[in-house]
Design a protein around this ligand. Structure first.
Ligand SMILES: *Cc1c(COP(=O)(O)O)cnc(C)c1O
Length: 347
């Protein structure tokens, strides 16, 4: 028996395990045999529940992880000579090892800036209009991340304005929703309002960071864009022969809105943590805390001592930026322990 000696951490929401609802749904899917490759009843039901959730007849697929979901979705929107306009800090640009470019056969990602991790619409226009000649890759998609890599959330109005700009420029809209649940919990609007009704063509809806083990949903609201997507998934090694274990957790998560409950809870933990950190001298909160993460600047000695105390966290924001992230199983005592350790370092 392996003893797990790692305490609950704030490094990422993927440090957490599987939430009870997803675990139970997997357990139920494990009773006996089922058809392989997504032909099973669990997958059918999960797709139907997602269609109900979004109140539209969308096409739904499942992949093992988010990199595959984003890359394959983008590849199906683009030809090799196209380009994708995304934020400088977008996961597809910084954390997917070139997978979107690889799976699309060469589509280039063009970067646009924007405050608090949100793409600036004027920048998008500038990038899209920069060149129209044959020598430059043709813009085809705007990609946005909801919630963003900096824990902020696009409002419905902001998404609508991106959607309108995209339509005017003849572009499609892809949403990286690795933390879509946290954004939905924060905005508290029906999911359709922040997706297809606002102009989103395809959403990669994250399950893993919300509480499942594996399985992201790729949702095409514009169904013509999913042409032969099943072949794309298969070729990329994303067609699970025991698909029910990727899809069944969605049944557990969607039933009774467990997905929202967990996201709301994680967001609430981040808010609590943020309020406590704000009070500590020498610490400065970097972005509005709108989802399940808190980004702070802290002196370098403080962050390295905090690591020595056994805490894990990412520091990819500038020199002194530290990210703390909450998940469905963050406990008040974890927040207390982290804050106490930081306060002690300050003293
Ligand atoms: C975690 C994450 C993903 C998916 O990452 P995988 O490790 O490939 O599952 C995608 N986008 C964002 C913004 C993420 O944070």
């Amino acid at each position: 028996m392996i003893e797990n000696t790692l305490r609950r951490q704030f490094a990422s929401d993927n440090y957490s395990g599987i939430c009870p609802e997803a675990w139970q749904a997997m357990n139920e899917a494990n009773r006996g045999h089922a058809l392989p490759y997504g032909e099973d009843e669990y997958t059918q039901k999960a797709c139907d529940m997602l269609r109900d959730l979004f109140e539209t007849d969308c096409d739904v697929y499942f992949s093992f992880n988010g990199t595959a979901a984003n890359s394959l979705a983008l590849a199906s929107l683009c030809r090799s000579y196209h380009s994708i306009i995304g934020h400088t800090s977008a996961h597809v640009e910084t954390d997917e090892c070139g997978a979107p470019e690889f799976f699309s056969g060469g589509t280039k990602i063009l970067l646009a800036g924007g405050k608090d991790g949100k793409i600036d619409i004027d920048e998008v226009e500038r990038v899209a209009g920069k060149r129209t000649d044959i020598h430059y890759p043709k813009p085809r998609v705007i990609t946005i991340t909801q919630a963003t890599e900096f824990g902020t959330v696009y409002s419905v109005d902001e998404i609508q304005s991106i959607g309108e700009t995209a339509r005017r420029l003849g572009l499609k809209v892809h949403m990286d929703g690795a933390r879509f649940a946290n954004a939905a919990a924060a905005l508290n609007v029906p999911p359709k309002e922040m997706t297809w009704k606002a102009g989103v063509d395809v959403l990669c809806f994250g399950g893993v960071k919300n509480g499942s083990a594996v399985g992201e949903a790729i949702i095409f609201f514009s169904r013509d864009l999913s042409f032969e997507f099943d072949y794309r998934c298969k070729q990329a090694g994303q067609l699970s022969s025991k698909m029910r274990f990727l899809s069944a957790p969605w049944i557990g998560m969607l039933a009774g809105d467990a997905w929202l409950k967990h996201a709301r809870y994680a967001n609430g933990c981040a808010k609590k943590l943020e309020e406590r950190l704000r009070k500590i001298e020498g610490i400065c909160v970097l972005f509005p805390c709108q989802a399940n993460s808190v980004f702070v600047d802290m002196p370098l000695e403080m962050s390295s001592s905090l690591r020595e105390k056994g805490w894990h966290f990412y520091t990819f924001i500038g020199d002194k930026g530290v990210r703390f992230m909450c998940s469905w199983d963050t406990a008040d005592e974890d927040i207390d322990a982290l804050v106490k350790d930081i306060e002690e370092l300050k003293a």
